[in-house]
Design a protein around this ligand. Structure first.
Ligand SMILES: Cc1cc2nc3c(=O)[nH]c(=O)nc-3n(C[C@H](O)[C@H](O)[C@H](O)COP(=O)(O)OP(=O)(O)OC[C@H]3O[C@@H](n4cnc5c(N)ncnc54)[C@H](O)[C@@H]3O)c2cc1C
Length: 473
């Protein structure tokens, strides 16, 4: 449960249809927006292994902003100023798409126009901030020097106008209301395997086989490795979110430029604070991160935490998401913690690809961005993945033990409900799983898959259960 929890929309009985034009897998913000764009022209089926909007989107902080840490100076460094400007324009276009959907359809999602602050808390950060400001100004954005409007450690700061905040679930449920009569939506339907056969895809799910001419994977992180090799090209960042009661005259949003993200926004009389961002392979104990987050929150905002949760997102080396496509299979991933504007623009691009319509941002998101930086990133990423693998391999925990069942090494945890036995390896790429004592989940230190205590997949890329039956049962 978190601050966003609202009554879920009950879907009328949907039918398991075998044949569809387009199958969209994953009903987070990206999947819903793809369905919204495509369903007026095609027969669309949208499936989710869970409920609609129960994944990463339900735990977001929901800022609609083109201020995204130091993304523009990074793109300038990795590519050039024209690419940085193209990305900026795409984020403004993404903002406008969202505003248009909200106003045209009168979606009540507590949309607020707020100023966005970018700040630095260290001398090193100050240099980064200066570069980002120069870059934004070069691209025609007005940046106003200022101090943060609340007491929070910052050395330098500026703000920009025309950015927004929303209630994420009020928005996604609003989209769901609009599409539910024209899209076949199947909850609790897990994609297990997708395979091309002649002019169609054969899709294996836990509910049966489906056939589709085109498949769009919007599961945040695809379960398969080939053909796009996403695990090589991305990493996963985990962040911790705390909320508490806080009254302020004028809401704003803010984020720092330093690697350890600190972000602030407001919702009604609540402050929402995000911190302790961590590359998943740098697995630091969740319990410690929660503790640090809670302590910082009380220290800075002098209020008691009401909700505390963590969330994760897929990141690319240059801050630009990937749209990959081959033979009518489309994958959208790598939102870098900025999935609102990016899902708006990426869903439009995929819709235009399917309709064979030009889109001026297609090249930016779809083209391979190979460079020396990119190759360097892949090497560093491989290093982190190996580090994650080794940390899983060496991992010891006194409250779980190993058991060999029919030649399979299993992890066993015992609580008042009995034994919970799971495969010790993640089915995605065979990394050893770590037991998360705080949340009682099995977590992969390589690519961030998570499983509940009984081995059911919670967050991908892994998409199959790791539950193992005991020999005696
Ligand atoms: C702490 C934090 C704060 C953030 N704040 C912001 C912000 O302020 N602004 C912003 O723009 N972005 C923010 N983001 C990023 C944003 O929340 C995400 O990029 C976005 O929500 C991702 O949406 P999605 O649709 O890709 O993923 P999801 O919402 O996770 O949707 C994917 C869906 O796929 C389903 N699925 C997975 N595997 C399968 C399968 N095998 N079969 C069927 N279904 C499957 C899942 O159940 C899920 O519902 C933040 C991220 C984090 C971590």
């Amino acid at each position: 449960m978190n601050l966003w929890d609202i009554k879920r929309i009950k879907l009328a009985n949907s039918n398991f249809i075998i044949n569809t034009d387009i199958l969209i897998v994953g009903a987070g913000i990206e999947g819903l927006l793809c369905a919204y764009n495509l369903s007026s022209k095609y027969k669309v089926t949208l499936i989710d292994k869970d409920k609609v909007s129960a994944g990463i989107t339900s735990n977001t902080t929901a800022k609609i902003s083109y201020i995204q840490k130091n993304v523009y100076s990074n793109i300038y460094k990795y590519h050039n100023i024209l690419t940085a400007k193209k990305y900026l324009d795409s984020q403004i276009a993404g903002t406008n798409i969202l505003l248009d959907i909200i106003t045209k359809n009168k979606i009540d999602c507590d949309l607020e126009n707020v100023d966005s602050y970018l700040f630095a808390s260290t001398k090193k950060g100050n240099k980064v901030l200066r570069k980002e400001k120069q870059c934004l100004e070069k691209m025609g954005i007005k940046c106003t020097d200022s101090k943060l409007p609340i007491s929070f450690p910052n050395l330098k700061c500026f703000y920009v106008k025309d950015t927004y905040t929303i209630h994420p679930l009020k928005f996604t449920y609003g989209i769901l209301e609009l599409i539910k009569d024209r899209v076949n939506i199947l909850e609790n339907t897990n994609l297990i395997k997708v395979k091309k056969s002649y002019d169609r895809y054969i899709i294996k799910t836990n509910k049966g086989i489906m056939l589709a001419k085109k498949v769009i994977i919007t599961t945040n992180y695809p379960y398969f490795i080939k053909p796009f090799y996403i695990p090589l090209k991305t990493y996963v960042l985990k962040e911790f979110v705390v909320t508490g009661k806080y009254k302020i005259d004028k809401h704003f949003s803010a984020i720092n430029v330093e690697e350890d993200s600190k972000s602030i926004r407001f919702y009604q009389d609540n402050i929402i604070y995000t911190s302790n961002s961590n590359r998943i392979n740098n697995y630091s104990k969740v319990q410690e991160s929660y503790k640090k987050c809670r302590e910082d929150f009380i220290k800075y905002f002098k209020t008691e935490p009401t909700y505390l949760w963590n969330n994760q997102d897929v990141c690319t080396y240059d801050g630009i998401p990937y749209i990959k496509s081959k033979d009518n299979l489309y994958v959208i991933t790598g939102f870098n913690g900025w999935g609102l504007t990016n899902s708006a623009i990426c869903s439009k691009i995929v819709c235009d690809l399917i309709n064979k319509t030009d889109n001026k941002y297609t090249k930016l998101f779809c083209k391979d961005r190979v460079s020396l930086y990119y190759l360097g990133f892949i090497l560093v990423n491989m290093f982190y993945n190996i580090k994650g693998y080794i940390s899983g391999y060496l991992y010891k925990n006194k409250i779980i033990y190993s058991k060999n069942i029919k030649g399979l090494k299993c992890n066993v945890y015992e609580d008042k409900n009995g034994l919970h036995i799971v495969n010790s390896k993640c089915p995605h790429m065979k990394c050893n799983l770590i037991f998360n004592e705080e949340e009682h989940t099995w977590d992969c230190p390589c690519h961030a898959s998570r499983f509940d205590i009984d081995g059911n997949p919670l967050i991908g890329p892994a998409n199959v259960s790791i539950k193992v039956e005991d020999e005696k049962s």
